[in-house]
Design a protein. Structure first.
Length: 248
């Protein structure tokens, strides 16, 4: 369908270096819809993913502000321009709040929130000149609730919700759609510990109306929707893809 066609569009997807991560799933969706896709990640895995799926690979550590600019420019140089940005990189750190190391707080906020803002800014400078662009951030269930023992992650993902709305307010009238996807409990490396804990696994599955963990395949469609013409009048939205978790 033309509404979802991404032929000729150039996309950068960050955090797509994990074999079974959400970034890879979304990058595959964009490519299937016709876009040329560059994937950027810190890990060496980004080269394997790119080779297997026909993406352009860029390795960069987004916790380092100089590296971030280098990585972004490298990706845009290889793509030729940028029409779609998906920020899907992220990290998790778990400690009780009273003993949460401040260095880990800083790292989580830098990677999950500050670098996302910086990438949005860099992409928007190009998109504003063209009067066209689609920016998709990756929020979380912890954009809406606080979680337990993950205060830095919750703060960063709450911030993603706010930054998505703030940027939409500034750029909606100038041709850029800024929206977010809020995945629920997805079966990726980030959740390996939870899935391997029989008690937590059972608690999560019992609360999930869909009765199963989500997969990278499950967020492909929403990513294509938000990257395409079909979402031209959608601004500042945070779309849950959560197997019904929030409805429960
Ligand atoms: N898995 C879930 O249940 C879930 C739920 C809600 C939100 N999310 C979010 O979805 C996004 C993708 O997570 P995932 O589940 O695919 O996890 P993942 O661990 O498989 O992927 C995260 C990716 O981010 C990259 N990354 C981490 N730090 C980086 C850095 N400093 N520089 C560059 N790249 C870096 C990693 O290399 C990896 O490719 C994250 O923003 C995460 O917070 C995940």
């Amino acid at each position: 369908m033309d509404l979802f066609d991404l032929t000729g569009k150039r996309a950068l997807v960050t955090g797509a270096g994990s074999a079974n991560g959400l970034g890879r799933g979304m990058a595959r969706g964009l490519k299937e819809a016709g876009a040329e896709v560059a994937v950027l990640s810190r890990s060496n895995g980004v080269f394997d993913v790119a080779r297997a799926d026909g993406f352009i690979a860029v390795q960069a550590d987004l916790s380092d502000r100089t590296e971030l600019v280098r990585g972004f420019r490298d990706a845009v140089g290889k793509l030729g321009t940028i029409d779609i940005l998906i920020n899907s990189h992220g990290i998790q750190r778990r400690h009780q709040a009273e003993s949460f190391p401040i260095e880990e707080w800083d790292l989580v906020l830098e990677v999950n929130l500050t670098s996302v803002f910086e990438l949005c800014k860099l992409a928007a400078r190009i998109m504003l000149e063209k009067g066209y662009g689609k920016i998709i951030n990756v929020a979380s269930m912890l954009t809406f609730s606080g979680g337990v023992t993950v205060p830095a992650y919750a703060a960063s993902k709450g911030g993603i919700g706010q930054v998505t709305k703030a940027l939409a307010n500034e750029w909606a009238g100038r041709g850029i759609n800024v929206n977010a996807i809020a995945p629920g409990y997805m079966a990726t490396d980030m959740n390996r510990n939870l899935m391997n804990d029989p008690v937590r696994n059972e608690q999560i599955l019992r609360r999930l109306p869909a009765g199963r963990w989500g997969t990278p395949e499950d967020i492909k469609g929403v990513a294509v929707f938000l990257a395409s013409k079909a979402s031209d009048y959608l601004h500042g939205a945070i779309i849950p893809v959560d197997g019904g978790w929030l409805s429960r």
